[in-house]
Ligand binder design. Structure first.
Ligand code: FES
Ligand code: FES
Length: 183
């Protein structure tokens, strides 16, 4: 082992960041990935590691509202930023977040391995309040690999979640025809 390797293995740094709305401070090795920090130091086990090489996207979390692959980031790079994992949504089965409801209703969950990443990416996509076609959603989620191959259910879930967020829990905004009739 070279002296350089030894230095990096033992070097630590104090990091302070906000995770799911709460400020956390920890002493961490400088080479610790953000994914391992979230899973091992903070017990946020929704962060799923598939490839650990930036390929599968299953480790996706939101950093200041934008999706990042947490296996490719170091914890020290997140200092001063806001990180969101899927635990930031509701843990109450009787009062789920609209995106969680939509994934359940459309059977977009399947084995669940890619689901935390898909849900967070959905939150990011829908932040602009725009409707999207199947092809547009397919393109937006293409960075996350679903091994259950049920992409159509996930696309339906994203669109359903969008309707819920724009139109309320039922997702029923009415149609142009309804509006014309004064409905
Ligand atoms: S585990 Fe990070 S991209 Fe696959
Ligand atoms: S739901 Fe199984 S990997 Fe996507």
């Amino acid at each position: 082992m070279t002296s350089t390797e030894n230095k990096y293995d033992t070097d630590t740094r104090t990091v302070t960041l906000r995770v799911n709305g709460r400020e956390v401070t920890r002493e961490v090795p400088t080479r610790l990935t953000l994914a391992d920090f979230l899973r091992d130091d903070l017990d946020l086990v929704s962060v799923h590691l598939g490839c650990e090489h930036g390929v599968c996207g299953c480790c996706t979390v939101l950093l200041d509202g934008g999706s990042v692959r947490s296996c490719l980031m170091l914890a020290v790079q997140a200092v001063g930023h806001e990180v969101e994992t899927v635990e930031s949504l509701s843990a109450d089965q009787n009062n789920l977040h609209p995106i969680q409801e939509a994934f359940a209703e459309e059977q977009g969950l399947q084995c669940g391995f890619c689901t935390p990443a898909m849900v967070l990416r959905t939150k990011e996509i829908l932040a602009d309040g725009q409707e999207r076609s199947d092809d547009e959603v397919r393109d937006e989620i293409s960075g996350i690999l679903c091994r259950c191959t049920g992409y159509q259910n996930i696309i339906n879930a994203v669109q359903n979640a969008g309707r819920k967020l724009r139109c309320g829990a039922s997702g029923g905004c009415g149609t142009a025809g309804d509006e014309a009739k004064g409905a």
